[in-house]
Write a protein that binds this ligand. Structure first.
Ligand code: B1M
Length: 236
């Protein structure tokens, strides 16, 4: 073993998390998986590992990608390492045994292949007791419509990470309107370049800035929908 090799298990929590940011940057999947396991053994909550070690590390990768220091092949390796860590955390985040809170169909829009954020949202929603049907990436409007018909969810979620693909959300919502099914679902949208204003402009019910807020918002919308239906039933 070379003298300068870092033994992850010998680092204190702070140094380990920093080392994981570096390892994510370098796309070292096995090291990320080991780091996640060590933090779990030390009693860290899965959600804390996700946010402080993985999401924060990916934020740093994003800055250097933007600034032309990292390029697509390197960022793909980082994404792969991140997915390795997420794979370990996924069942733990879903392990709440909560009753079914609702059903959501989610997918990244046409032309867009970013899926890390969407996968995180899926994990957190499942953890909160939602059934989630994940359509994956690069979804044309037909995929969304077919999934709505097949799965009859309460919520349609759409993700977009590019300013060039985010307008496609309006195509999906407008098509739902044309078909007279828009109001049958709650539409939630998210992705780094979006904001509240955009969500309103495309006709979505809610903008979600991160996975935890997505869960809160979904619960809130489900409650509202439930109350509305109870009122309608009472009035009938
Ligand atoms: Co891309 N990329 N990328 N990329 N990439 C960004 C988005 C970019 C901001 C980088 C930059 O310049 N700083 C930039 C977009 C610029 C713009 O549009 N203004 C960009 C670009 C330009 C590109 C390419 C065009 C590069 C090229 O080829 N020249 C290309 C496009 C490919 C395509 O999609 N057609 C491209 C490719 C790639 C990779 C394939 C290399 C890889 C994706 C791998 C993968 O996803 N499997 C990649 C990555 C990894 C990134 C960055 C670095 C990280 C994205 C990420 O995973 N973030 C990203 C920079 C950045 O965003 N900082 C960047 C971590 C994730 C946890 O956060 O996705 O925001 P996020 O998700 C959050 C919230 O947004 C929210 O909750 C999530 C969890 O908290 N959320 C939702 C997301 N979706 C939601 C849906 C919901 C609710 C909440 O529904 C209800």
């Amino acid at each position: 073993m070379p003298d300068d090799e870092i033994i992850l298990s010998e680092l204190n929590d702070g140094d380990l998390v920093e080392q994981m940011h570096d390892d994510l940057y370098d796309g070292l999947k096995e090291e990320i998986e080991e780091g996640v396991r060590i933090l779990l053994e030390r009693g860290w909550e899965p959600y804390r590992i996700l946010t402080e070690a993985l999401v924060e590390g990916m934020r740093i990768v994003g800055i250097d990608f933007r600034d032309g220091i990292l390029f697509v092949p390197e960022v793909l390796k980082s994404a792969n390492a991140m997915k390795g860590g997420m794979f370990i955390l996924r069942p733990l985040l879903a392990e709440t045994g909560a009753p079914r809170a609702g059903k959501m169909v989610i997918g990244t829009v046409k032309g867009d292949i970013h899926d890390i954020g969407k996968n995180l949202v899926t994990m957190m929603m499942e953890g909160a007791g939602f059934e989630v049907i994940d359509l994956g990436i690069n979804n044309p409007v037909e995929n969304y419509l077919a999934a709505l018909e097949e799965h009859e969810p309460d919520i349609l979620g759409m993700s977009a990470l590019l300013t060039t693909t985010m307008p496609y959300m309006k195509v999906v919502i407008d098509t739902m309107k044309e078909k007279g099914i828009r109001d049958d679902y709650m539409v939630m949208v998210g992705g780094a370049p979006l904001n509240e204003e955009f969500a309103k402009a495309v006709g979505a019910d809610a903008y979600c800035s991160d996975a935890a807020i997505t869960v809160e918002t979904a619960k809130e919308l489900m409650k509202r929908r439930h109350n509305l239906r109870a009122d309608e039933a009472g009035a009938a």
